[in-house]
Write a new protein. Sequence first.
Length: 55
Amino acid sequence: MATEARIRELDARHHQLDARIEEFLKSPSSDTLQIADLKKQKLKLKEEIERLRRQ
């Protein structure tokens, strides 16, 4: 049960990052380094979610 809760928490953070990335991409003065950092964070979350699901 704790694993499922952790997956839900990570999934929510993953969706939040996705929304933030979309906001940055809509802005004409978006910082590409910041966007890249957010995408890396999002990928790490996705990998962690997948690892937990495989267990």
